[in-house]
Design a protein around this ligand. Structure first.
Ligand code: ATP
Ligand code: MG
Length: 294
């Protein structure tokens, strides 16, 4: 199964414009489905040969409401990427079910309802930024007939890349490449974004800038988001809820509500509420690491 590759961000101050007239602002619902978000019900997944299987996801259930931003945090190897891949339809669960706005994953991927933002931007080096972003809609024009599409150039401008549309990825900084990859994802205006540590390769300053840009973008352009990160401040700044996973086997250990008011900006870092949440998430992570769940 395939899913659109995309990547997330928006430079600080660069708001992604609202979808063009005629586009569905709630995202591409793939033909009249209700925007019910992402439902993961009792998903289990093992790897390895018969008789020597390792349980990687153990009865994972979660619900992400339409327009909600949920982060997943947890130790390396606890199954965060595996969970994302199952939701994206890139990997099949052994048990359980996933629905996207009431549709099966297969149907949702076919309807271009899911955007997956990988850890690295995955831009084609021999294509310009504009060509990279335009690619998804030119690959199969027949299948895309009738779909809500957004203008690649307009999206790139919204992400602060108007000056770079004719450059090649190697001529862009890491943060700019991430923004281009995110822009690419948005040509189909997906209703659900799955992001796997999209900023992990960036240095802290650049990372914070991209994070705030993403926040700015998402606040004006709500999507249902599942965001994997190793950064506690990042999870708090962006999310409505944080899911803490434990390893061996991968499972949900804790869910922490982030009730900081929105819209948020960099000033939030300095608030007592932010620090309290940081303490709560770190304590939860510590407990997960100590328990080992064997
Ligand atoms: N295709 C695969 N075949 C076999 N084992 C796999 C496969 N994919 C993942 N695993 C194993 O499943 C476990 C979870 O991997 P996963 O990549 O989901 O972890 P993660 O939480 O994303 O880790 P990280 O934070 O390091 O990215 C690991 O032990 C990994 O080795
Ligand atoms: Mg991972």
């Amino acid at each position: 199964m395939s899913s659109e590759l995309l990547d997330v961000t928006g430079a600080v101050g660069n708001r992604l414009a609202a979808p063009a007239a005629g586009a569905r602002s709630a995202g591409n619902t793939g033909g009249g489905t209700a925007n019910t978000g992402v439902q993961v019900a009792n998903v289990s997944k093992s790897f390895g040969p018969e008789g020597a299987k390792t349980l990687v996801l153990d009865d994972v259930s979660l619900s992400i409401h339409a327009g909600e931003f949920v982060s997943v945090i947890g130790p390396s190897g606890c199954g965060k990427s595996t969970l994302l891949k199952v939701i994206a339809g890139l990997s099949d669960a052994d048990d359980g079910a996933v629905t996207i706005d009431g549709k099966t994953v297969a149907s949702a991927t076919k309807g271009k309802m899911i955007g997956l933002v990988p850890q690295s931007p995955a831009l084609l080096p021999w294509r310009t930024v504009l060509e990279n972003v335009t690619l998804p809609i030119t690959v199969n024009p027949k299948a895309n007939a009738g779909r809500t599409l957004r203008d690649p150039q307009e999206i790139l401008e919204s992400f602060g890349l108007g000056h770079a549309i004719n450059k090649y990825p190697s001529q862009l900084s890491g943060g700019m490449q991430q923004r281009a990859a995110i822009a690419r994802a948005f040509v189909f205006d997906p209703s659900v974004l799955l992001m796997d540590e999209p900023f992990s390769a960036l240095d802290e300053m650049n990372r914070d800038q991209q994070r705030l840009g993403l926040l700015d973008f998402w606040q004006t352009n709500r999507k249902t988001v599942l965001f994997v990160t190793h950064s506690v401040p990042e999870a708090i700044m962006l999310s409505d809820r944080i899911i803490v996973m434990a390893a061996h086997p991968g499972r949900i250990a804790d869910v922490i509500d982030v009730d900081l008011p929105r819209p948020r900006d960099a000033d939030v870092y300095a608030t007592d509420e932010f620090r309290d949440l940081e303490g709560a998430v770190r304590t939860s992570l510590q407990s997960v690491m100590e328990k080992k769940y064997v």
